[in-house]
Design a protein around this ligand. Structure first.
Ligand SMILES: Cc1ncc(COP(=O)(O)O)c(C=O)c1O
Length: 897
């Protein structure tokens, strides 16, 4: 009797820190349609072949499942027990039961690795460039090194012209043989997203000096904008020259220790091997060619880049001990640094290939299935156990496609002798083990090399798709010319974070550099080194007219100014404003920025740039109040249709129409701080061609980066935290590369610019943003929790409070919080609220925020569409830089009066 477990218990087990092997026993195609996030595919057709490799310690806790908690899971569990696994359980209700219990199922493969890649980009803001930008660099002959992070077989299928194959696991060890100076930009690409991101971030984590970029969406992104790919490419990294090895080792060791990787001696690994309670994987991370020459006894070949990219193919047990080695002291520590970030207990073997470590080797498979003699083939029943796609391409005449889970049913009580065709004789042996004794004993293997002597059928499509349970149809043709499939694949990948639950997200810990934003805030927008002695701050360059040396120079500037940032006339910007634009672009992680006289004008220009009569605009109900008037008095008369969606984003999809052109959100909203799940919203918007624009004033770029979460446009009122001193008005709009041209054109058409004096003031304010924000955050949180315990207060609104409805999203997407909080009084009358406001002495009564001073105001929620009207008297505070004790005492006296 095999014990079962419930979905809820499995969820607990998956995150209790103990070892667990979760196996999906369905065939690959069924698995890839919808499976559990941490499930490893162990198809029943290969169960005994793969299980000992994926779960080498047979005492490990195992959970198996199938589609609906039926017969396959129990059949597989018995097979595992027969192999010696003595803690096997099956999941009640299978994958469908998991979903009914309220948990998520995921399409695709290698989910943990791919989702991790998305999280890395999100957490580390990995710089990226688009296919169009790369193509432009190539046209301009800009020096660069383009490296493809995939293995050579994948590279040979298709590659971007100019790329060299250097699998991600090799980067740390091969870089100096591929890149000759520390200035040339290095670009990493793959076929999609993950390996571009991980490859680029590997180099960044190693601290190399070159600018590094991930190519957005890889070869698919390239092909989607109709750029040609090459096929059959063979250009790979050269042999290691020995150059820079000491430096490479040092860099790798520094990175590994940042990720808490430890080095272990061979003796320790032997002891671990004997530990019956724990699983041990010994992984040789070098290239296939090196492994083929020889490795340590008992090691598996896990090429480093692929071990990160498709971890589930190599490690079938979560929380196991994983010991990596190489022969250079570079590759294994770097790969281990990634595995640690992915939640694995990864170590590096001291001495690597020369350590002398020898672990027991798994016994070879002894084949008992005999081959048929030529005379036995006549009149035999031919069952083809190769993949269904190989069968469709070409098979022996008269053969039927078969697979282990269904073989007994397919063969029935057939009397003819059974002859099996297989690429791997072990698969045939496992399949016949399903049959009754008499059939099993008579079964034979089709002899190797005889295929040519048998008539063959090619391109046979009589096998229906539904029967091909081993083949994953989900966007399978994305690299074969199907653009829609490529788009769907990329949307699936970028939508993964939104599908994951909190525990799944928390199981990863990408290494984030220690506050690089704080450093960039001090250094950004100060011009490039090499300009000679100069002031720390960019000068205030007041200008209207710009003078040129010749008509040709003037013409050239005018010819380029719609595409590039060219100083040509004061209405199109000035050098001080350009410096601030650069700082905002860095802060937002965007392509480029335009500045406007106020935050509201930035919002106005966002609408004017992208909306046309007949377009439909969806605005968050929690939006900054004056946007409603803008919509009513400007957009509606110009023929733009406007509707509002709930401030927490609920019901957004239902509100979308065929003519919806933009979703405009504010996250968190200004007064009650409802959060929006931006990756989920982007996943709705992208396939429909809808622009996602976000007011990021609350996060001010420092706490939050909407563009990294899938938004196309991020708007900020710089009047608030960037200015920071309540003495300047300004707004900014930062966009992705694709969205920038429309914004820039419309802004220039309307003559929008900002004064250099104002730009200078904002730049000056921005330099201290990080330090101010830390104080606003700390003091505001202190006041928020103090107010929660105050008898005069009924409810406090602040996204960092665990009971806030958007708290989980805030934790996921924000680096911290600011000085804003709102609260309701126990006495809900307006008179009481006004008395509290009037009674405060240290808080100014004022509507704006983000300056150094504390403020209070009565929130105006009149136009919001709440189900109840209970929120009439909400007070909003901005907690400034004054002494927090004084602020608390002031609040206390006002609340008690
Ligand atoms: C969230 C938000 N966005 C935009 C604005 C508009 O900025 P400005 O006052 O610079 O026009 C404000 C101003 O209060 C705001 O709170």
């Amino acid at each position: 009797m095999i014990p079962s477990i419930t979905p809820a218990l499995l969820h607990t087990w998956l995150f209790d820190g103990q070892e667990i092997a979760l196996f999906d026993l369905r065939e690959h195609g069924q698995y890839g349609e919808a499976h559990l996030f941490y499930a490893v595919n162990l198809p029943y057709s290969r169960l005994e072949i793969e299980a000992p490799r994926l779960a080498p310690n047979r005492a490990v806790r195992v959970v198996v499942y199938d589609q609906a908690g039926g017969e396959l899971a129990q059949r597989g569990a018995l097979r595992l027990q027969a192999l010696g696994y003595d803690a096997v359980h099956w999941l009640e209700g299978g994958s469908l039961g998991w979903r009914s219990a309220g948990f998520e199922l995921f399409a695709g493969v290698h989910l943990p690795s791919k989702a991790f890649g998305e999280l890395v980009e999100h957490a580390c803001h990995t710089p990226r460039i688009s296919a169009l930008e790369l193509a432009q660099w190539q046209r301009q002959g800009k020096p660069m090194v383009l490296l493809d992070g995939r293995p050579l077989e994948e590279f040979a299928k298709m590659n971007i012209p100019g790329a060299t194959c250097c699998p991600n696991g090799e980067l740390s060890y091969r870089l100096e043989d591929l890149v000759s100076d520390p200035q040339t930009p290095v670009l990493i690409n793959c076929a999609g997203r993950t390996r571009s991101i991980i490859g680029a971030q590997t180099l960044i984590n190693l601290g190399i000096d070159n600018p590094v970029y991930a190519l957005e969406n890889g070869t698919q992104g390239w092909y989607l904008v109709d750029l040609p790919l090459e096929h059959g490419g063979k250009l790979a990294y050269p042999p290691h020259s020995g150059k820079a090895l000491a430096q490479q080792r040092e860099r790798a060791a520094t990175l590994a220790s940042k990720a808490a990787v430890q080095w272990v001696q061979a003796e320790q690994v032997i002891e671990w091997q004997r530990d019956a309670r724990r699983t041990l994987f010994l992984c040789d991370v070098r290239s296939p060619e090196e492994f083929a020459v020889g490795s340590l006894p008992g090691a598996e070949h896990c090429p480093g880049g692929q071990l990160i990219q498709s971890t589930d193919l190599y490690l079938g047990v979560r929380k196991a001990r994983v010991v990596l080695f190489d022969d250079d002291g570079v590759r294994a520590p770097v790969v281990a640094s990634w595995l640690r970030q992915m939640g694995h207990e990864a170590y590096v073997l001291k001495g690597g290939l020369d350590s002398g470590l020898a672990l027991p080797v798994r016994p070879a498979w002894t084949l008992s299935l005999a081959e048929a003699s030529a005379s036995e083939l006549d009149g035999a029943l031919l069952m083809d156990l190769r993949s269904s796609s190989a069968f469709r391409k070409c098979h022996l005449r008269g053969a039927q496609w078969a697979i282990r889970p269904h073989l007994a049913e397919q063969v029935g009580d057939e009397r003819r002798r059974l002859v099996l065709i297989a690429d791997d004789p072990r698969v045939a042996e496992l399949a016949v083990s399903e049959l009754p004794e008499a059939q099993r004993m008579a079964a034979r293997l089709f002899p190797q090399g005889l295929e040519g002597e048998w008539p063959q059928v090619t391109d046979d499509l009589s096998l229906p798709d539904a029967a091909c349970i081993d083949f994953l149809f989900f966007v399978h043709d994305r690299h074969a010319g199907n653009k829609e499939a490529a788009r769907r694949y990329l949307a699936w990948e970028t939508g993964l974070i939104a599908q994951m639950n909190e525990a799944e997200i928390a199981s990863f810990a990408p290494l984030v550099q220690t506050d690089p934003v704080a450093t960039r805030l001090v250094h950004a927008g100060r011009g490039q080194p090499g300009q000679g002695a100069h002031a720390v701050n960019p000068p205030v360059s007041r200008l209207s007219t710009v003078l040129f040396d010749s008509v040709a120079e003037l013409r050239a500037a005018r010819g380029r100014r719609d595409q590039e940032r060219v100083l040509s006339y004061g209405a199109r910007g000035n050098p001080t404003a350009f410096a601030l634009e650069d700082l905002v672009s860095e802060l937002e992680g965007g392509y480029r920025t335009k500045l406007f006289a106020t935050g509201l004008q930035a919002i106005t220009q966002t609408f004017l740039a992208y909306l046309r009569p007949g377009d439909h605009l969806l605005i968050s109900d929690g939006v900054y109040g004056p946007v409603r008037r803008l919509a009513r008095e400007l957009l509606l008369p110009f023929g733009v249709q406007v509707a509002y969606f709930a401030a927490d984003g609920q019901g957004l999809e239902a509100a979308m129409r065929p003519n919806t052109r933009m979703v405009y959100s504010e996250s968190p909203s200004s007064l009650l701080y409802e959060l929006n799940d931006l990756p989920a919203m982007a996943a709705l918007c992208k396939p429909r061609g809808i622009l996602l624009a976000v007011d990021n004033t609350w996060g001010s770029g420092y706490l939050h980066q909407p563009l990294a979460l899938g938004a196309d446009v991020s708007v900020m009122a710089l009047t608030k935290y960037l200015g920071g001193h309540s003495d300047v008005m300004m707004g900014s709009v930062c966009t992705t590369r694709e969205a920038f041209a429309a914004l820039s054109r419309s802004s220039d058409t309307c003559g929008c610019t900002v004064s250099p004096d104002d730009a200078w003031l904002v730049l000056r304010g921005a330099r201290s943003l990080a330090s101010r924000m830390a104080v606003h955050e700390r003091q505001c949180l202190e006041i928020a929790s103090w107010l929660q315990g105050h008898e005069a207060v009924a409810r406090v609104y602040h996204p960092a409070l665990p009971e806030h409805p958007g708290h989980a999203l805030w934790r996921r997407d924000f680096k911290g919080s600011n000085g804003l909080l709102s609260f309701e009084l126990a006495d809900t009358t307006l008179a009481k609220a006004e008395a509290v406001v009037d009674g405060l002495r240290l808080f100014g009564i004022g509507a704006s925020w983000g300056g150094f001073e504390s403020l209070v105001m009565l929130a105006e929620l009149g136009e919001r569409q709440f189900a109840t009207s209970a929120r009439e008297a909400v007070l909003r505070l901005h907690i400034g830089l004054e002494d927090v004790g004084s602020l608390r005492r002031d609040l206390d006296q006002a609340l008690r009066s």
